[in-house]
Design a protein around this ligand. Structure first.
Ligand code: SF4
Ligand code: SF4
Length: 329
C-alpha cells in the first residue's frame, strides 16, 4: 500500500515500513529510479519477507536494461524474488509497442516469471489512452495509474476495463502528489471503488496511522465532506501537477515537478528539511527559467507551468522570510 518517499532519511524510512507492517499493511511499491528507496525497504523488511508483497519497476525499454534493473532491484532489496515487476511510465504508444514486443524486454520478464524470480508483470502509465491499450493487450496483470478525487478520469472507463480484463488497479497519487491534505476525504473517495489499491507516499509513521484510521472507520462521506471535496475540486482542479515529468527535459534542468509541490511541502516539512536540500536547490534553479514555454507544450494536462513555478517560488520565499524572522536571522 505504501512506499517511503525518496526524500525520507534511512531511519525514518525504516520506521515507516515497520510501522506499516505492525498495522498489517503488506504491499510496498518502489522503483529502481527512486534513488535509495529499494535499499531502505530491503533493510526494513529483512527477516519478514513471507508476509510481504513487493512491487518495483524499471524505466528501461531494452532487454539488457530491464535485466540489469531487475538484478539490481533483487540485490538492493535483498530478495530472491519480486512479487510484481512493472514497466515504469509507459507514456506513449511507441513505448507500449516496445514493451509488448515478445522479443523485447517482455521476454526478459516472461523468462524471470517462469524461473520464479518475479511472480507477476505489471505496467504503470499516466496516459489514459496508452493505459487502456495496455490493459486490452492482456499481457499485464496490474496497471498503476493516477487516481484521486481530482484526477479521477480512471473511474469512467479505465477501472471497468481493468475489471473486464482481470487486471489489478493500483492507484498512484491518492493524495494528488501532496496537493491534498484531507486524508479522510481522499481515502473515502477511493474506498468507494472496489479492488483499487492506493499507494500513498509516506514520510512519517503518523501519516499511515491516519490513513489506517480512515480505513477502519465508516467509508461513507458525510454531506460536509462531499461539499469539501467539491470545493477542493474547484480550487485545485485545473492547477494540479500529477508529477508525471512529461514536461521534461527542461533545457535549464529545472526540476519542474519538485517546484510544483513546494506549497504542500511548506505545510508538511520541518524548516530544516524545507529550506535546505532539494527544495532550496529547485527554487534556486528556477531562477534560470528562460520562459521558453516548451514544458507547457509537453504537459498532457496543459498546466500553466511558468505561472505555477512563479507562484511556488514566491510561496517558498515568503515562508523562508517568515522563518528567518522567527529565528532572528
Ligand atoms: S507540469 Fe504537467 S507534465 Fe510536468 S509533472 Fe506536472 S503534470 Fe506532469
Ligand atoms: S519555460 Fe522554463 S521551466 Fe519550462 S522548459 Fe522553458 S526554461 Fe524550462
Amino acid at each position: 500500500m505504501v512506499f517511503p518517499s525518496s526524500g525520507s532519511l534511512t531511519g525514518e524510512a525504516v520506521a515507516v515500513v515497520q510501522k506499516c507492517l505492525n498495522l498489517d499493511i503488506t504491499f510496498f511499491d518502489t522503483a529502481n529510479v527512486y534513488t535509495t528507496s529499494e535499499a531502505r525497504i530491503g533493510k526494513a523488511i529483512k527477516g519478514r519477507r513471507k508476509r510481504i508483497v513487493i512491487a518495483t519497476k524499471s524505466t528501461s525499454r531494452s532487454r539488457e536494461g530491464v535485466e540489469g534493473h531487475l538484478n539490481m532491484s533483487l540485490e538492493r532489496l535483498g530478495l530472491d524474488y519480486i512479487d510484481l515487476y512493472q514497466f515504469h511510465q509507459v507514456g506513449d504508444f511507441k513505448s507500449l509497442e516496445i514493451v509488448l514486443d515478445l522479443k523485447g524486454p517482455m521476454a526478459v520478464l516472461e523468462k524471470a516469471k517462469k524461473a520464479g524470480v518475479i511472480k507477476h508483470i505489471g505496467v504503470t502509465s499516466h496516459q489514459i489512452d496508452v493505459a487502456k491499450e495496455a490493459v486490452k493487450s492482456d499481457r499485464f496483470e496490474t496497471l498503476m495509474f493516477p487516481f484521486n478525487f481530482i484526477a479521477c478520469e480512471a473511474a469512467d472507463e479505465l477501472l471497468p476495463l481493468c475489471h473486464k480484463h482481470d487486471v489489478g488497479f493500483i492507484a498512484m497519487k491518492p493524495l494528488a502528489g501532496g496537493a491534498l491534505d484531507n486524508v479522510t476525504i481522499a481515502f473515502k473517495y477511493l474506498f468507494q471503488f472496489p479492488d483499487v489499491l492506493p499507494i500513498p507516499g509516506i514520510e512519517k509513521p503518523r501519516e499511515i496511522e491516519e490513513i489506517v484510521h480512515v480505513l477502519q472507520g465508516s467509508w461513507e462521506m458525510s454531506d460536509a465532506e462531499r461539499s469539501e471535496m467539491q470545493r477542493l475540486r474547484g480550487e485545485l482542479g485545473n492547477k494540479f501537477c500529477r508529477r508525471c515529468d512529461y514536461c521534461q527535459p527542461c533545457t535549464q534542468e529545472i526540476p519542474i515537478s519538485t517546484v510544483m509541490v513546494i506549497k504542500s511541502a511548506i505545510r508538511r516539512l520541518p524548516p530544516e528539511r524545507l529550506f535546505t536540500g532539494m527544495f532550496a536547490d529547485a527554487v534556486e534553479k528556477t531562477a534560470d527559467c528562460t520562459e521558453c514555454g516548451d514544458c507547457e507544450e509537453r504537459c498532457p494536462y496543459r498546466l500553466p507551468i511558468r505561472e505555477m513555478l512563479h507562484e511556488s517560488v514566491q510561496c517558498f520565499q515568503a515562508a523562508k522570510q517568515k522563518y528567518d524572522k522567527s529565528v532572528g536571522t
